[in-house]
Design a protein around this ligand. Structure first.
Ligand code: SF4
Ligand code: SF4
Length: 196
């Protein structure tokens, strides 16, 4: 995945097509109604971990700041709790816009690797593409080995306990015809992109 270090400019509108794409989507068509009230940021339980509050993400989308939006940690930190969506006076589907932004990051291969959330997500996605479902042991091992090798050893006793109790299967359970599932997921992503 490509990671670009961009200089944050407050006002740039380099990608009007990006704005159009979001506006023409089911999730994003109400973005122009945003009154910048900040109710979304104020009600977000993980706001402090974000580099850019949801309110500012919408202002940046309207300005066509594609790189700044797609390289932001915010969509990856979003916990999909829907609190902002419930509180938004403009009835913008904020949570669903966050999902769309994540899909766009994957499509455009423009993903920030500064966040544990995005790194974890990519490994999770890989596992689901391979097995058709999550494989927790493989997910945890890969994530820890590549991103937190120093902490791995401390997690071993807990992992062994979970394996003994049966809550952490040793081997992956692949669904039948995982290949077809993988193709279907990839086609869905492409279709989603074209429909924007
Ligand atoms: S709550 Fe809605 S209207 Fe207010 S800033 Fe957030 S997106 Fe905009
Ligand atoms: S859905 Fe995401 S952005 Fe909205 S309040 Fe929850 S965590 Fe925050």
């Amino acid at each position: 995945m490509r990671q670009t270090n961009i200089r944050r400019k407050k006002y740039s509108s380099n990608y009007p097509d990006f704005t159009k794409e979001i506006l023409s989507s089911d999730e994003g068509h109400k973005i122009l109604n945003c009154v910048q009230c900040g109710a979304c940021s104020g009600s977000c339980p993980v706001f402090k971990a974000m580099d850019c509050p949801p309110r500012r993400i919408f202002a940046m989308i309207r300005e066509g700041m594609r790189d700044e939006v797609l390289l932001s940690l915010t969509p990856w930190i979003c916990a999909s709790c829907y609190k902002c969506t419930v509180n938004c006076p403009a009835q913008i589907s904020i949570t669903d816009v966050m999902y769309r932004l994540k899909r766009m990051c994957l499509e455009e291969q423009l993903i920030t690797m500064k966040s544990d959330a995005s790194r974890f997500y990519l490994i999770f996605l890989d596992q689901v593409k391979k097995y058709g479902r999550s494989y927790e042991l493989g997910l945890m091992l890969r994530y820890m080995v590549f991103h937190h090798p120093g902490k791995l050893i401390r997690q071993v006793p807990r992992g062994v306990k979970m394996m003994i109790s049966g809550s952490l299967p040793l081997f992956p359970h692949r669904i039948r015809n995982a290949r077809a599932f993988h193709n279907m997921a990839m086609n869905a992503l492409k279709f989603d992109n074209k429909s924007m």
